[in-house]
Design a binder for this molecule. Structure first.
Ligand SMILES: Nc1ncnc2c1ncn2[C@@H]1O[C@H](COP(=O)(O)OP(=O)(O)OP(=O)(O)O)[C@@H](O)[C@H]1O
Length: 398
């Protein structure tokens, strides 16, 4: 029997997984200098010396996590292969939305015997949680590396970041040694720490620069050779993905995502190979996807106000004053079946918020005594994309 999927076959991809977000690369390219710094920082661990605290800084998608995983996996493998080396335990924790207490709790739960209940979410103080954690460290012994990813998201981090690296010096642990690896894409975080924490935590610093187009091309070529079938891509398409991502932010995640989308488009169209045209169309698709997400995150009236400005702009009326926007907004809201806000002031508040969020550009006008001062608005980026995503949002409504 034939069904909707019965004639689906892979035409372009050999192993699509290697372009996905979750894929952990076995080969790290173009980061030799950073790997060397990491190697120097941690080589003493093989001989039972305490690890330094290391702070990793770089913008999003520049390989901080991939390189850290690669180096710590390699260190673990080396330690495991040397009977004379102390045991090594690496604990990873993402600090997004976390507190010092929840972080200590996560580490305790990683180390506690399986039969024991998880450490309570509340009811203990941070010093009590840390005491339990230190006790577990000492029981297991050896070297511990605590990786705090997105460390800048850790609320009230000073206490914990002061405490952990000093655990041994302050006699909280006897048989264990520990080092902290902090990863951040917010350089301002460094400045927000108290000097005593900064000095300890940033004992070693490794900064990751954005990738150049050439570096991204090397990374993408390697990934593409695994992801696509032989002759499944045009080398110039790889160069275009690299150039577009380098021109934007130098982010490898973005470059890989573009290539993945280009492959999807080529496959959807039944083409044999990924070309420049697929990459350009993928860029447009990714950009629209981003706009869709940002617009969807706004309240319905903010969306309607934004849509109104976009529609007026499409009709050649922008930059446009708030009174005109208000009148058109009322009609558009009603057409979609929403009760419009009844005051000009509330629409002006939305306009001001949308300007602050970067959706709208605002121009100030001063017509002297007669006209007074007022603002006009226009859509910052792509009016057509906003109208399009608004239609999709309304079409998706139950
Ligand atoms: N040098 C590299 N070699 C191979 N793949 C890489 C390299 N750098 C980055 N990547 C790939 O790019 C993607 C993003 O990298 P990664 O997650 O390490 O970035 P990050 O700097 O940790 O970003 P964030 O700050 O957003 O967490 C991953 O899929 C990773 O596999």
């Amino acid at each position: 029997m034939s069904g909707p999927f019965s004639d689906v076959s892979r035409t372009i991809f050999a192993d699509k997984e290697v372009l996905s977000e979750g894929y952990q690369p076995e080969t790290i390219l173009e980061r030799e200098a950073e790997i060397e710094l990491y190697r120097n920082a941690f080589k003493d661990v093989l001989f039972g010396h305490p690890p330094p605290n290391v702070f990793i800084y770089g913008k999003t998608g520049v390989g901080k996590t991939a390189v850290t995983r690669y180096i710590l996996d390699a260190l673990q493998e080396e330690v495991d292969g040397r009977p004379e080396a102390d045991d090594l335990t690496v604990l990873w924790h993402n600090c997004n939305g976390e507190t010092p207490y929840s972080t200590a709790r996560a580490f305790i739960n990683d180390l506690k015997p399986a039969a024991e209940d998880p450490f309570p979410r509340r009811g203990y103080s941070l010093p009590e949680a840390l005491e339990r954690f230190y006790d577990l460290l000492d029981r297991r012994g050896g070297t511990f590396l605590l990786v705090l990813d997105e460390i800048d998201h850790l609320k009230e981090s000073d206490t914990l970041l002061y405490e952990l690296p000093r655990a041994r010096a302050n006699d909280h642990v006897d048989d264990a040694q520990l080092g902290v690896v902090g990863i951040s894409n917010n350089y301002a975080f460094r400045e927000s720490l108290s000097p005593k924490v900064k000095d300890t935590l940033m004992e070693r610093e490794i900064s990751f620069a954005p990738y150049s187009a050439d570096e991204l091309r090397t990374i993408l070529e390697h990934r593409a050779s695994m992801a696509f079938r032989d002759d499944g891509y045009d080398p110039s398409a790889i160069g275009l993905c690299a150039a577009l991502a380098a021109r934007d932010t130098g982010n490898a995640r973005q470059a890989l995502d573009l290539l993945l989308n280009a492959g999807d488009i080529a496959e959807e169209r039944g083409d044999d190979a990924v070309t420049d045209e697929h990459v350009s169309d993928a860029e447009e698709r990714v950009r629209r996807g981003r706009v869709l997400k940002h617009v969807r995150d706004q309240t319905i009236h903010a969306q309607l106000v934004l849509e109104t400005v976009a529609r007026l702009q499409e009709d050649g009326h922008a930059p446009v004053r708030s009174k005109t926007i208000y009148d058109a907004y009322t009609t558009i809201a009603e057409e979609w079946g929403h009760d419009p806000l009844s005051s000009l002031k509330s629409v002006q508040n939305h306009l001001s918020d949308l300007h602050m969020l970067g959706f709208l550009t605002r121009h100030e006008h001063n017509d002297g005594r007669a006209g007074g001062s007022y603002y006009t608005y226009e859509v910052e980026h792509d009016a057509a994309a906003i109208v399009d995503v608004r239609e999709r949002i309304e079409d998706d409504r139950p």
